[in-house]
Ligand binder design. Structure first.
Ligand code: DMJ
Length: 455
């Protein structure tokens, strides 16, 4: 993965960034693609430096109060690990090396803390594995292996589907009611760990969990929103592509591609056929994917949101460029209802159901995949709109803030690590030269950590 961007001076980047912040709307007219990529890089540094100033070593920056937020009584340095490979992709090698050294010296998983298996897997395990590949540093693999071993007790349920929480020191597990996304979004990370360490146990456990969800699909091929990992019974039968289900579909496709896993191929194809038959919804405003009952396919809600916007990327990568393009146009309409996408929109009325915007990346991710796979500059135009909105509404003196309400644009004192791991990475890739990363040879985990098949 080589970077071919000319390195502009820091001064120039800062000039762009302050111009952009004070004159929102001007960016798209005055900068060419290379300059926009440099601007995104400068904005990454703006957010990263704020994290370093006020939250260094902690989980997340609180940009408005200039403080930090930790998930647990002891920090696992989530933002630092999550952001590391973005620095590498952006060519910020020195910063990446300093961050890597800090992580290697200071990060230990031998902590008496109860963590959420899914979040720790996609952000920390995924981040360590991709950085270990990109920097060719086995110390990061050692950390990943230690973390993987501490997470393994989650799979000790009667069904093999993981419990939600585990204590990293004691291995105690908790919370049997989980969902397809948290159960089925582990195989890229655990599978890669197996391939890189030679220990097959990780692949086996995560693969079984994915298969156990699929095997409980309804007779029409859909999964529900919540399932009990001890009894194997569905607790919530709403079926859709949003939060709690989303990345389950993503991993079926990507694990087929990354590991040549034919079971995943078959599960993906069958699942997409069911989604396109029952969940896809053509209305006047375009193609959407709504909410239906998993057993009957009966439509329950015409809701779609920021999380659902990952689907055009998956459709495109799976070869369905036609649906992918149309759905991305719908996502773009959703973004433009208020100038930033809401968490949930009712697409039958175009009214906002949940008004928050936690700096999510999915819509940029889909624009990037479509751009890479079609070469259509329409997706760069979309990228400019997304960037301008972020600069206009979310940029603060110290990093970026989520929005409590996309209509009032009231900010929230929160900058999740995925803003640096995903949102700015995908935005950067939209404007950087195509050769920056080859989507045909790299698979992104759901937190945008690129994994290469080196085995
Ligand atoms: C990220 O942690 C991941 O992309 C996950 O799959 C969904 N939620 C956030 C971003 O919105």
């Amino acid at each position: 993965m080589k970077l071919h961007l000319p390195i502009l001076s820091v001064c120039l980047m800062l000039m762009f960034s302050s111009t952009a912040a004070s004159q929102p709307g001007r960016v798209s007219k005055t900068l060419d693609d290379t300059q926009v990529a440099e601007l995104v890089k400068a904005e990454f540094l703006h957010a990263w430096n704020a994290y370093k100033r006020y939250a260094w070593g902690h989980e997340h920056l609180k940009p408005l109060s200039r403080s930090y937020d930790d998930w647990h009584s002891e920090s696992l340095m989530t933002t630092a690990v999550d952001a590391l490979d973005t620095m590498i992709l952006m060519g910020l090698r020195e910063e990446a090396e300093k961050t890597r050294d800090f992580i290697v010296e200071r990060l230990s998983f031998d902590k008496d803390v109860e963590v959420k298996n899914f979040e720790i897997t996609i952000r920390l395990l995924g981040g360590l594995l991709s950085a270990c590949q990109l920097m060719e540093d086995d110390r990061l693999l050692k950390l990943a292996d230690d973390l993987g071993r501490r997470l393994l007790p989650v799979f000790e349920s009667p069904t093999g589907m993981p419990y939600m929480y585990v204590n990293l020191r004691t291995g105690a597990v908790r919370e049997a009611v989980s969902n397809p996304a948290e159960i089925g979004t582990l195989l890229i990370e655990f599978g890669t760990l197996s391939k890189l360490t030679g220990n097959p146990v990780y692949y086996e456990k995560a693969k079984r969990a994915l298969v156990e969800v699929f095997s409980r699909r309804s007779s029409i091929g859909l999964v529900g929103e919540q399932i009990d990992v001890e009894t194997g019974r569905w607790v919530d039968s709403s079926s859709h592509v949003g939060g709690r289900i989303d990345s389950y579909y993503e991993y079926l496709l990507k694990c087929w591609r990354l590991f040549d896993d034919e079971d995943c191929e078959q599960m993906y194809k069958e699942s997409m056929a069911a989604l396109n038959k029952y969940v896809a919804h053509e209305v006047r405003s375009g193609l959407w994917y709504g909410r239906v009952h998993m057993m009957t396919g009966e439509r329950e809600k015409t809701w779609f949101g920021g999380l659902d916007a990952f689907l055009p990327a998956v459709l495109a990568l799976g070869g369905d460029l036609e649906r992918a393009g149309r759905l991305q146009e719908s996502c773009y309409k959703m973004w433009n209802v208020a100038g930033v996408e809401p968490e949930v929109l009712d697409y039958s009325t175009m009214e906002i159901v949940r008004p928050g915007y936690p700096l999510r990346p999915e819509i940029m991710e889909s624009a990037y995949y479509l751009l890479f796979l079609t070469g259509d500059s329409r997706y760069r135009e979309m990228g400019r709109t997304f960037l301008e909105s972020l600069l206009k509404y979310c940029r603060t003196e110290n990093g970026y803030a989520a929005l409590r309400n996309v209509e009032t644009k009231e900010q929230k004192d929160e900058m999740e690590s995925f803003f640096l791991a995903e949102t700015l990475k995908y935005l950067y890739l939209i404007f950087a030269p195509r050769e920056t990363l080859d989507l045909h040879t790299v698979v992104f985990n759901t937190e945008a950590h690129p994994i290469r098949r080196t085995w």
